[in-house]
Design a protein around this ligand. Structure first.
Ligand code: AKG
Length: 277
């Protein structure tokens, strides 16, 4: 069995249908090699200097990770706020919210010798699981080629439909998602997945972004983790997903001294209004 695989210019409806079928799907050649190469080049120094700081049993011990990639790689904005990716997310998440947010923004470089990551659901950060209600979706972007040998992400297809809480067992199918650089693996927050073991001689590098319903707390506080002057230079649709927005005109409210819905001075006087939906 293989995951559904669609070309980068596939109709959005086909991508969404494929994701709903298995809980995950690959879109090939979704971003140019130039952007993927640039992001990986931007991350080289952070990977090497701080990439081991999150080592643990879950993240692994021969895997490098860096968070808040938007702060480290301006080119990553082309991935984080990729327009066609967002059209897919609109279809998956907007049935349950008025706008969605970026949960996390993490680059992962799995090095040779790493074992399989434990299979998990990303949405277990939230203490509810309501079948049919998707709390978040994730998009893993290949910054270099993902192969069976170098640790392509593993997915348990159909696990987003499991009603009773349980862990994957020996009888459950686990499939890998090899994909070429610039391709993206979409998977629902409710689908079991995990990084693969790297049995090759080279590293596997990916950028994984999660997107949660706009009325949920984000996994990472991007307003604090990305300096305001960096955020001010990002496109507005990314600022909104970072949290510079109100959900439903109310959630995320920041009272100003004069009691009005906030707008604030940023970056040498440029007005940055908090956006309502
Ligand atoms: O690296 C991967 O392929 C998946 C990583 C992942 O799912 C995680 O760290 O939560």
């Amino acid at each position: 069995m293989e995951l559904n695989r669609l070309p980068g210019d596939a109709p959005i409806g086909d991508v969404v249908a494929a994701i709903r079928e298995d809980g995950a799907a690959i879109v090939e050649n979704f971003v140019s090699d130039t952007i993927a190469d640039q992001v990986l080049a931007d991350l080289r120094e952070p990977f090497d200097s701080v990439g081991r700081s999150t080592e643990n049993d879950f993240n692994g011990y021969t895997t490098l990770r860096v968070n808040s990639v938007l702060d480290l790689s301006p080119a990553s904005a082309g991935i984080v706020g990729h327009r066609r990716m967002m059209e897919v997310l609109d279809a998956v998440l907007l049935p349950f919210c008025q706008s969605y947010l970026m949960g996390s923004n993490t680059a992962i470089e799995i090095h040779p010798g790493e074992g399989d990551q434990v299979l998990h659901r990303d949405d277990t950060i939230y203490p509810v699981h309501i079948p049919g209600l998707e709390l978040q979706a994730s998009v893993m972007w290949a910054l270099n080629d993902f192969t069976q040998e170098n640790g392509a992400t593993r997915v348990v297809p159909g696990s987003h439909r499991w009603v009773k809480p349980r862990e994957p067992g020996a009888d459950d199918t686990v499939i890998q998602a090899p994909m070429k650089k610039g391709s993206a693996l979409f998977y629902l927050g409710s689908v079991f997945h995990g990084g693969g073991a790297n049995k090759s001689n080279g590293a596997r590098a990916g950028l994984i972004n999660t997107y949660c319903l706009g009325w949920l707390r984000q996994e990472v506080n991007h307003v604090l983790s990305v300096p305001r002057e960096t955020a001010a230079n990002l496109p507005e649709h990314i600022q909104r997903m970072m949290g510079y927005s109100l959900h439903g005109g109310m959630l995320g409210y920041y009272p100003t001294d004069d009691g009005r819905v906030p707008s604030r001075e940023m970056n040498g006087g440029a007005m940055w209004g908090w956006q309502t939906d």
